[in-house]
Design a protein around this ligand. Structure first.
Ligand SMILES: *Cc1c(COP(=O)(O)O)cnc(C)c1O
Length: 228
């Protein structure tokens, strides 16, 4: 626990430094701790340390951890992984925010899972690579997806964009494209101001490019048992 606290504190200090270096207020950033491949007990420890935003990238693991931890107050679960349409119902039941909406059918399935329920916050994931098998809508398809969600999926609230920087390019360059995508999205949904970007290795570049939501795993949790 002591070690977890020091890694969390050290990371938060680095986030604050990066924010100040970019002339930004650290208080406007949401730091999501990515707990994938770690046990539910780690989420409980993080909660004890004051963490209120956690991220998971697999539906089964998300659902299992939520069920194992019914009583943690004020915890927001973020789903950050590629989502199969057939998992949409389970994802909607377990997550408060879905960062990885990247196609009309997934948006439709998330909406259909609870059309009259509490609105679900979603981010539209933009593929920052040239590889179509990676998650995310192509940048040139983002506006159509946003229009579709706004028109057809009233139980989803589009909050912004999400992106993962490719490994074969300086992250600042990829995050600049994500910032451009964010502007394009705001032409369709003016209040969709969130930018979910930045992981353990590239959060400083993401902050410099305007990220509002950081998804940090290994720098806080230590190495994962399984690569992911
Ligand atoms: C695992 C993961 C992260 C966190 O990655 P780290 O390098 O461990 O910080 C962030 N975003 C997504 C989509 C992930 O799958």
């Amino acid at each position: 626990m002591g070690e977890l606290r020091s890694r969390l504190d050290a990371l938060d200090a680095r986030i604050a430094d990066a924010a100040r270096a970019s002339g930004r207020d650290p208080g406007e950033l949401t730091r999501i701790v990515v707990t994938k491949f770690h046990p539910a007990s780690l989420v409980a420890q993080l909660h004890d340390l004051g963490v209120r935003d956690v991220g998971e990238n697999r539906q089964q693991e998300l659902t299992a951890k939520r069920e194992a931890l019914p009583s943690l107050d004020g915890l927001t679960w973020h789903f950050i992984g590629q989502a199969q349409t057939k998992k949409a119902r389970a994802i909607r039941a377990a997550a408060a925010v879905v960062h990885s909406v990247d196609r009309d059918r997934l948006a439709d399935a998330l909406h259909a899972a609870d059309p009259d329920g509490t609105p679900l916050d979603v981010l539209l994931q933009v593929n920052l690579t040239d590889d179509p098998t990676r998650g995310g809508v192509r940048p040139d398809g983002l506006e159509d997806l946003a229009v579709h969600v706004a028109a057809q999926c009233p139980s989803l609230r589009t909050r912004g964009v999400m992106g993962v920087a490719p490994l074969d390019e300086p992250p600042a360059q990829a995050f600049a494209r994500l910032a451009a995508a964010s502007s394009a999205l705001r032409a369709v949904v003016p209040d969709a101001e969130w930018i979910s970007a930045g992981m353990s290795a590239d959060f400083a570049e993401a902050i410099a490019a305007g990220a509002t939501h950081l998804r940090i795993g290994s720098a806080i949790t230590g190495p994962r048992a399984v690569p992911g």
